[in-house]
Design a protein around this ligand. Sequence first.
Ligand code: F6P
Length: 465
Amino acid sequence: MNTTTPVDTKAWADLAHHAESWRNVHLRELMAGDPSRSAQFATHAPGLRYDYSRQRLGGMTVRLLARLAEQRGFREWRQALFSGQAVNDTEDRAAWHTELRSGNSKEVLQTLDRMRRLVPAIRKTYKRVVNLGTGGSDLGPRLLADALSDGRLDVRFAANIDPKDLERALEGAQPETTLFIVVSKTFTTQETMANAMAAKAWGGKHFYAVTANTKEAQGFGALEVLPMWDWVGGRFSVWSAVGLAAACAMGFERFEEFLAGGREIDAHFLDAEIEENVPALMALIGVWNTNFLGASTHVVLPYSNAVRLLPMYLQQLEMESNGKRTDREGREVGYATCPVVWGLEGTVSQHSFHQLLHQGTQVVPADFIDFGLSRELTANCLAQADALALGTHDTALPPHRRYPGNRPSSVLFFDGVNPRNLGRLIALYEHKVFTQGVVWNINSFDQWGVELGKQMAKDILKGAR
Ligand code: F6P
């Protein structure tokens, strides 16, 4: 496997040279001078269109970026990912989230069968389900439940060690009709264990667990223990029993639709040539903006209230995966890796921080996500993307009313918010993250950076600091 440094590839040097020729090119001229741009710089994956015509790039840029992926060993790494090899080398583990939706694994199918039986029973028996977990054991199911609940069951989430979180999740609930799902791969996470104990103290009687630590969960008194596997990372685990609370909120058949959406993107990611491969392009364009055009943050703007939690979900997915400063050979990298990822639902974001996007001193590349939910949402989404790209050049206007433009963005178009589209969307970003890890020569699947603070908090609590 290729673990050399990307800056030593010919493509990296060529891109650095090529970027020079983009210094003085403005998207306004580019878009006016080439009306076919929106067709040339757009591609499809199942159920979606990816329009990157408002990025500051041309055909040569895309070819060089594809060459960079090739020279980084993208094909070989992708094969390793999909075949369950230990791509997480610091923990000697696979990162086999694709296997959760492939339909090939017996143990995965058995767990899905259990969920198929449990979900309707839970929906019939309980009035409230409370998911107790944090990080990957919270953000994925929370996003899905918030986006896709059919309203038949009240599903809540508590993640914070601040008791207020659980207090809110239990408002109006009764112990007899409340099911707690304790989700923790390790079953040792301080926040989750504190919330699980507090739920017991509140009088909670019904507990399920989703964990890789079956023994601890049984000791805790869980009625059902569903598995997590060490070959799946927490932030990639929503496709497994970690998604149980979400499946309870939306119904199991719709959870299967979600898996099917992810599976479609897996097939696309495996088969499509790099220049037509949506997740690979998302990754490579991110590399272009970060490493060659100097962006340090990236904003994600879903134009849907239902999908409002996506930015929070992606913050863990992208930054816990690729917020790294040493490469696979243990060397300090001499180039930027993951940008700061942030965002908010459109149109709410427009009345908050779009001022900075349009006129601030930093250029922030954006992902706009349109679901075609209303003419108003789509119009606003496209207007923002165009305004960022084109700006104004009316010198009759006072300086504070001018817009520099030339601010890059892409637009992902989906046809509606539904389980399949959410599966497609999340799988796209998972593969984007993986591809960037390959380019940057980092292990996207560990998270050692969170350990020091955890330990120090423990020491403070013990009085040892
Ligand atoms: O502290 C980070 C982290 O380990 C995440 O990677 C993970 O998603 C989260 O904590 C929760 O971990 P667990 O599922 O073991 O409780």
